[in-house]
Design a protein around this ligand. Structure first.
Ligand SMILES: *[C@@H]1O[C@H](CO)[C@@H](O)[C@H](O)[C@H]1NC(C)=O
Length: 288
């Protein structure tokens, strides 16, 4: 009796978290910025601020090992050139894993660049960059990360923009053993984000503000060395019925959408940058 309660509790906590309305007080801590990051409206809204003295940032209370994680962001409006809003998952240590979204601001009316990267065991250099098919400062849009043992998929408003497949069969490490926390920060990067510092942040526009709402994580929470989804392998039936995202792949409609984004909105892809890889592209670039 007692032992079955102990077993059931983390599972119920997981269900509760997935079903409850997003509450930033419950799920996140503002970690830096001396008051420039704020949780508002009873936990429904979070804002980060940046001025000449400092940016700000927050991180999740939980660590996750696989998940389908959605967040709505509304980016710094107007002349945001030089500002960077980073939203990412990362583990710790010198051989860390990381899954990145970075939004590089621009002059009023010029498009943001959405920069993505995947690090496994401390190695990144897997940049893909996009423009968006909407103005990301006018309203909230949903930025999602699907992370399961087979793939990482970046999606914007449900449209996949990038898929990073597990290429362990080609000798490429895949993030699957290190739990990651969610991090976000708003900071000044006018030394590199504006094509090598071409444009400087216009501090007369400060404070700059980015906003967050409707966080939703269907995820395996990592705690005291154990996953809320159970140990992989022993609980496949639990996984596939209660967490279909653990084996989710792109159906043909989503693959068509991905191709539409890559054909029309991708502005940089390391997998086609021949100058950068004269000896041949990294092995994961040749996954069909
Ligand atoms: C800013 O907009 C210009 C003009 O469209 C574009 O070439 C550039 O890549 C953009 N820069 C960033 C950092 O998004």
């Amino acid at each position: 009796m007692a032992s079955s309660l102990v077993f059931v509790t983390p599972f119920l906590v997981g269900l509760f978290m997935a079903a409850s309305a997003s509450n930033f007080y419950q799920d996140f801590d503002i970690t830096w910025g001396d008051g420039r990051g704020k949780i508002l409206n009873n936990g429904e809204l979070l804002t980060l601020g940046l001025d000449k003295a400092s940016g700000s940032g927050f991180q999740s209370k939980n660590e996750y090992l696989f998940g389908k994680i959605d967040m709505q962001l509304k980016l710094v409006p107007g002349n945001s050139a030089g500002t960077v809003t980073a939203y990412y998952l990362s583990s710790k240590g010198s051989t860390w894993d990381e899954i990145d979204y970075e939004f590089l601001g621009n002059l009023s009316g010029d498009p943001y660049t959405l920069h993505t990267n995947v690090f496994s065991q401390g190695k990144g250099n897997r940049e893909q960059q996009f423009h968006l098919w909407f103005d990301p400062t006018a309203d909230f849009h949903t930025y999602s990360i699907l992370w399961n043992p087979q793939r990482i998929v970046f999606s914007v408003d449900g449209t996949p923009i990038r898929e990073f497949k597990n290429a362990e069969s080609k000798g490429v490490p895949f993030p699957k053993n290190q739990p990651m926390r969610i991090y976000s920060s708003l900071w000044n990067a006018d030394d590199w984000a504006t094509r090598g510092g071409l444009i400087k942040t216009d501090w007369t526009q400060a404070p700059f503000t980015a906003s967050y709402r409707n966080f939703n994580a269907n995820a395996c929470v990592w705690s005291s060395g154990a996953s809320s989804c159970g140990s992989s392998g022993s609980s496949s039936s639990t996984s596939s019925t209660s967490s279909p995202w653990l084996s989710e792949e792109l159906d043909s409609t989503k693959q068509d959408r991905l191709k539409w984004v890559q054909d029309n909105y991708m502005i940089y892809n390391y997998c086609t940058d021949a100058k950068r890889f004269p000896q041949g592209f990294p092995p994961e670039c040749n996954m069909s």
